[in-house]
Every structure is written in structure tokens, then in C-alpha cells.
Design a protein around this ligand. Structure first.
Ligand code: ADP
Length: 190
């Protein structure tokens, strides 16, 4: 059983690699961004609440995200493990995740970070914006806000796992398959 946190700034390729990882290992993909977008699309109360934060590139409040993840973990039975994508994004979320996994006798196997320079992130997000129809992919200011929020609020989460000896950094620039192979060799070492 693997419980993996796939980490990195917006545009690092977490979603792309998650798709491949769930196929290879039969894991459950838990992407908080995807879950919020699903709520948004369905027009739920949670979706409406999240919308104003997401569209501006800000984080949705911790308690809202944590509750949504808790529900998803509890309702997922007989999983071979999870790929957490876009979560945890704050140290408070990381602490809450450890706590909720412990209730199910589970723990994080490790965090794998995709390292991508800022100029490439910006290019990738703008390119994705042409087809993603995501409001937060559309303009430079929102993209800058997201990168800044990542640096200020999310980067400390890497130290949280580093202190536990659970952090691995990977070069996120290159061929998708090459990056995937690097990720799988880390996972296979768990
Ligand atoms: P990206 O990694 O490209 O920024 P995501 O799909 O992971 O995209 O997230 C989109 C938006 O959803 C974020 O900018 C934020 O507003 C919200 N969001 C997703 N995950 C979290 C989280 N763990 N905590 C707070 N907000 C979140």
C-alpha cells in the first residue's frame, strides 16, 4: 500500500503524472483541485464557496479542504492507496492529513516533488489555459498570484516531510515518460 504526496508548483505536471501513476499502481487519485472543479461544475454550495478563492488564485480555507479530503478518504474503500495531488498545500493541511490517515491505520509513504523553474511553469500554464477553460489559467496576474501563494504557503510543506525523512525531489523538466520513470523508481524504493 502506497500513500504518496505528489508535490510541486502550479503547472509542474502533477495531474499528468498522477494519471500514469494510478494506472501503474492501481492507486486512488485524490486531487483537491479536481474535486473543487467538480463541485464548481455541479454548482454545489462547496463549489460556490471555493470559486471565489480559486478564480483569484488564492487557497481555499484549510477547514473546507480538510473536510472534503476526510470525506473522500472515508468513502474510498479497499483502495491500494492514494496519490494526493494538490494536497496538502499548507502545513496545517499536512498535519491534518497525518491525523486522518492514522485513524485508518495508514501513513504517508513519501512526498515526491516535481522541480520546474518559474519561467517554464508560466509558459505551461498559459498553454494549458488555451484549452482548460480554467479562469485561473487565463492571465499573467492570476498565474503570478498562484506561484507566489505556492512559495509563501505551500513550500513549507516540503520541510514538513523532509523532517520525517520522507522527501524526494525530481527534475520535472523533460520527457513525460522520463519523469515518470524517475517517480516510479522512488516509489519502488518505498
Ligand atoms: P494548480 O496546481 O494548477 O494550481 P489545482 O487544480 O491543484 O491547480 O488547484 C486549483 C485551485 O484550487 C487552487 O489555486 C486553489 O484555489 C484550490 N485548491 C486546490 N487544492 C487546494 C488545497 N489543498 N488547499 C487550498 N486550496 C486548494
Amino acid at each position: 500500500m502506497y500513500n504518496i504526496v505528489l508535490f510541486g508548483p502550479p503547472g509542474a505536471g502533477k495531474g499528468t503524472q498522477s494519471e500514469k501513476l494510478i494506472q501503474q499502481y492501481g492507486l486512488t487519485h485524490l486531487s483537491t483541485g479536481d474535486l473543487f472543479r467538480k463541485h464548481l461544475g455541479e454548482g454545489t454550495e462547496l463549489g460556490l464557496l471555493a470559486k471565489k478563492y480559486m478564480n483569484e488564485g488564492h487557497l481555499v480555507p484549510d477547514e473546507v479542504v480538510i473536510k472534503m479530503v476526510e470525506e473522500k478518504i472515508s468513502e474510498t474503500k479497499d483502495s491500494k492507496g492514494f496519490i494526493f495531488d494538490g494536497f496538502p498545500r499548507t502545513t496545517a493541511q499536512a498535519e491534518a492529513l497525518d491525523e486522518m490517515l492514522s485513524h485508518h491505520d495508514l501513513e504517508i509513504s513519501g512526498m515526491i516533488a516535481l522541480d520546474v523553474p518559474q519561467d517554464i511553469l508560466r509558459e505551461r500554464i498559459k498553454e494549458r489555459g488555451k484549452t482548460s477553460q480554467r479562469a485561473d489559467d487565463q492571465d499573467d496576474e492570476k498565474i503570478s498570484t498562484r506561484i507566489q501563494v505556492y512559495l509563501n504557503e505551500t513550500l513549507p510543506v516540503a520541510s514538513y516531510y523532509e523532517k520525517q525523512g520522507k522527501f524526494q525531489n525530481i527534475n520535472g523538466v523533460g520527457e513525460i515518460n522520463e519523469i515518470f520513470n524517475q517517480i516510479t523508481s522512488v516509489i519502488d524504493s518505498y
